[in-house]
Write a protein that binds this ligand. Structure first.
Ligand SMILES: Nc1ncnc2c1ncn2[C@@H]1O[C@H](COP(=O)(O)OP(=O)(O)OP(=O)(O)O)[C@@H](O)[C@H]1O
Length: 230
């Protein structure tokens, strides 16, 4: 079963085509990196997959939701099936870690105080942060904050995690531990598509690679990629 299936898809920023004729499938439980020089279209592709940008042409399905002609009301339905780890989705700094997570549970229709509390401890435990629920985000290190962002993405047991540079701005040891967390989550059955510039991690944890290049998406599953430089 595919969690992402694009066929001749056009990835657009307003009237400009960023990527053309993009076709690939990501299967349930699969892991793939998304690489490419700065400005090559990685974020635009991810944004199209979670319906922040409209599909410019072709067809696409993410977690069984068709992307073409998606109505506003279907966007939350799609996003509930995804975990999104993106610069645009940072923690709310005016409330505690638990309240950040609660905010998402409330927005996605969870009910029952005890159930919500239970789910919050489960996801924090899952990312190795059992004791931070009452802390404010600014009391945490960058790596801990990123773990909370990952915990938040796991709240609704997503089929697919979309991550944009989740190890950016972290020192190498912390980046490595975040990467191991992604591998663990993936082994538990969640598909992962991760945009990254972190070539050492890519070599250390080899996986399928999708590369944005010259307006096209290349796939290590079907082509030899040249990955020198950014
Ligand atoms: N909000 C926007 N409006 C118009 N054009 C945009 C917008 N965001 C990005 N673009 C353009 O779309 C193209 C692809 O950008 P995108 O952010 O997808 O690249 P990227 O591969 O994610 O880059 P980076 O590695 O720097 O994050 C670039 O030419 C960029 O200038």
């Amino acid at each position: 079963m595919a969690v992402i299936e694009l066929h001749d898809a056009y990835i657009m920023q307003e009237v400009n085509t960023v990527l053309q004729k993009v076709s690939f499938r990501l299967e349930k439980g699969e892991f793939a990196y998304l690489v490419g020089r700065t400005g090559s279209g990685k974020s635009s592709l991810l944004k199209t997959l979670y319906a922040d940008l409209p599909l410019g042409g072709g067809t696409g399905t993410v977690a069984d939701v068709p992307l073409q002609r998606l109505s506003r009301s279907q966007v939350p339905q799609l996003r509930r099936k995804l975990g999104i780890i993106f610069q645009d989705f940072q923690l709310l700094f005016d409330r505690s870690v638990a309240d950040n997570l609660l905010f998402v549970l409330n927005a996605t229709g969870w009910t029952g105080k005890a159930r919500k509390k239970q789910r919050i401890s489960e996801v924090l435990m899952r990312v190795g942060l059992a004791n931070v629920a009452g802390k404010m985000p600014h009391q945490l290190s960058g790596g801990e904050q990123q773990r909370v962002v990952i915990a938040r993405a796991l709240l609704n047991e997503p089929l697919l995690l979309l991550a944009d540079e989740p190890t950016g701005n972290l020192d190498p040891d912390v980046a490595d531990s975040i990467m191991r967390l992604f591998v663990e989550i993936n082994h538990a059955g969640t598909a992962v598509l991760m945009a990254t510039h972190n070539y050492p991690l890519l070599r250390q944890y080899p996986q399928r690679i999708l590369q944005c290049k010259d307006g096209h998406l290349l796939d290590s599953a079907t082509a030899n990629l040249e990955l020198s430089g950014r």
